[in-house]
Design a binder for this molecule. Structure first.
Ligand SMILES: [Ca+2]
Length: 300
């Protein structure tokens, strides 16, 4: 990730950030009232303080989710989106020893690993499977892993490789962590590929936000140099329409071949809301779309 670029994007969302902070102030007051009320019910004073901190942190983290969702809803009316990821600490004005960090990640910037098997008929999507193989190749991994993953997901039990159907789920993945159960996906492999993959969204890759390996996975004709040129082009002028990628020198005809697999606008985002009150931290994660439909929710 280009650090400068991240900072630039974070700055461009300052207005949204200010709006979030103001709303958070109101939410914090409400949280304090709720916790004060619940506090009265408890008698055990030894664990009371931590319990109170945990309750506050949990409520603030959930509020962070709600506020981020509101921000996403505003993106729905935009012509295009170019927010790949940004982290926004909301340290001020939340009260003493209280911190909230919101992180948004574009799921449309990633390759949807479920797309290699059609949901409608369980057949293999050959184009998507090739993309996954190219992604693995670029990351210097065994491209055969793509076949193991395909067998893990597809409904039939005909192995593409010896043992690749053993204990297979034979169904689409609910989260990317499930990949760890596929034979051959060791932790080191998972850690390397996980930033570039998702199991959510509409299978379209946002050409404004996809990182280099994901752009290269779209076509065998997209070289590393060409992918770098796409990134350089969008930094000065984001693609307001997916077809504009054809304006990048060298992409005139390749752009047409990937037109049905890309978009200029993202719909799904991963929101991580991390609240800390007096050193007690609660994290709420979700994948939410710009219509505020929630696909995944985890509290910890
Ligand atoms: Ca299978």
């Amino acid at each position: 990730m280009n650090t400068q670029n991240t900072e630039h994007r974070a700055q461009s969302t300052d207005n949204a950030g200010s709006a979030l902070i103001i709303t958070l102030l109101i939410v914090t007051i409400l949280v304090a009232l709720v916790v004060e009320f619940a506090y009265e019910v408890y008698i055990d004073t030894t664990s009371l303080s931590n319990w109170e901190n945990a309750q506050k942190a949990s409520l603030i983290a959930k509020s962070g989710q709600a506020l981020s969702a509101r921000y996403l809803a505003e993106l729905k009316d935009r012509k295009y989106t170019d927010i790949g990821e940004f982290t926004m600490p909301v340290e001020k004005d939340l009260g003493p020893n209280t911190q909230l960090i919101l992180r948004l990640e574009d799921e449309n910037a990633k390759f949807n690993i479920n797309s290699i098997i059609y949901a409608e008929n369980g057949k293999t999507n050959d184009k998507a499977l090739l993309s996954l193989q190219r992604l693995l190749e670029y990351l210097e991994m065994d491209t055969k892993l793509a076949l193991s993953i395909a067998d893990w997901i597809d409904p039939d039990s005909e192995p593409r490789l010896p043992d690749s159907e053993d204990n297979a789920k034979n169904s689409h993945l609910w989260n990317i962590e499930e990949l760890r159960t596929v034979p051959g996906i060791e932790k080191s492999i998972f850690d390397k590929i996980s930033p570039f993959i998702t199991v959510f969204g509409d299978n379209l890759i946002n050409i404004n936000t996809a990182r280099l390996p994901v752009i290269m996975s779209l076509s065998g004709d997209i070289t590393e140099t060409l992918a770098e040129q796409i990134i350089a082009y969008r930094e000065s002028s984001p693609f307001e329409n997916r077809t504009y990628v054809q304006r990048v020198s060298g992409m005139e005809s390749i752009g047409i071949t990937i037109n049905d697999r890309i978009t200029e606008k993202s719909s799904s985002f991963r929101i991580t809301s991390r609240a800390t009150v007096n050193e007690i931290t609660r994290i709420v994660e979700s994948v939410t779309d710009t219509s505020n439909k929630i696909y995944f929710w985890r509290e910890g």
